[in-house]
Design a protein around this ligand. Structure first.
Ligand code: FMN
Length: 212
């Protein structure tokens, strides 16, 4: 189990947690709980429980945040994929510390994670790329993520070129597109106290244990 996660609740440490963490149990417990909450959030019709906010910062501390999709979550951490020329990728190269936020207000839950980000292995990125629909793979080849687009037609032109280029060949993963994995240092599970019709502004003082 690679999650050295500090597993905190709203009210901080509960009795016994230090012992459990010392015994290496909390990493496993956090993963199990995350999966349970994500499953609940994703079961609700019309909700994409893989969408998350990724916050990064430059080496100089200039922050930025954007939505990305969680593509896998296991004992190693949280993996997502992107263009390596994007702002987020450049930030991560300069400063590997990053944070994730999963916001699931429809089930009254949020999860905050922070940790260090590492590049996934090439073979893992290749395997994931191969599972993507053809249009998404073409998009990965054609997109210059985070670069200003002077004319939309330039993007369509690049897409057309890529469709032609890969019409008869097996499409490989672009060298400028890959995955990152955030290895959690700390995970914070938050239950949102519901008021009538709206999630409360203040979280409930509830500690979420593995049975939560
Ligand atoms: C719901 C949602 C999911 C997204 N998932 C991804 C993703 O998995 N990877 C990605 O590179 N961009 C994704 N995007 C686009 C990013 O939010 C962002 O606009 C783009 O990656 C450029 O970000 P950057 O310039 O800060 O690096 C997603 C956008 C939305 C709205």
């Amino acid at each position: 189990m690679a999650w050295p996660a500090t597993f905190t609740g709203i009210s901080g440490w509960a009795p016994g947690l230090h012992d459990m963490q010392a015994a290496g149990l909390w990493g496993e417990a956090a993963l199990v709980l995350f999966r349970r909450w994500q499953g609940e959030a994703g079961n609700e019709k019309g909700h994409d429980a893989t969408a998350m906010v990724l916050a990064t910062a430059t080496a100089g501390g200039l922050p930025s945040a954007r939505m990305v999709k969680l593509k896998s979550c296991d004992a190693r951490g949280f993996a997502f994929y992107t263009n390596l020329g994007s702002r987020k990728a450049m930030d991560i190269r300069e400063n590997p510390h990053a944070a994730l936020l999963f916001d699931w207000p429809h089930v009254g839950k949020r999860v905050y994670v922070h940790g260090k980000v590492e590049l996934v292995r090439a073979a893992e990125a290749d395997a994931y790329f191969a599972t993507r629909p053809k249009l998404s793979r073409i998009g990965a080849w054609a997109s210059r993520q985070s670069q200003p687009l002077r004319h939309r037609c330039r993007l369509w032109l690049r897409i057309g070129c890529m469709v032609a280029k890969w019409a008869t060949r097996r499409m490989s993963r672009p060298s400028f597109w890959s995955g990152f994995r955030l290895v959690p240092r700390e995970i914070y599970f938050e239950r949102i106290k519901e008021t009538i019709g709206h999630p409360a502004a203040h979280p409930s003082p509830h500690h979420e244990g593995p049975a939560g």
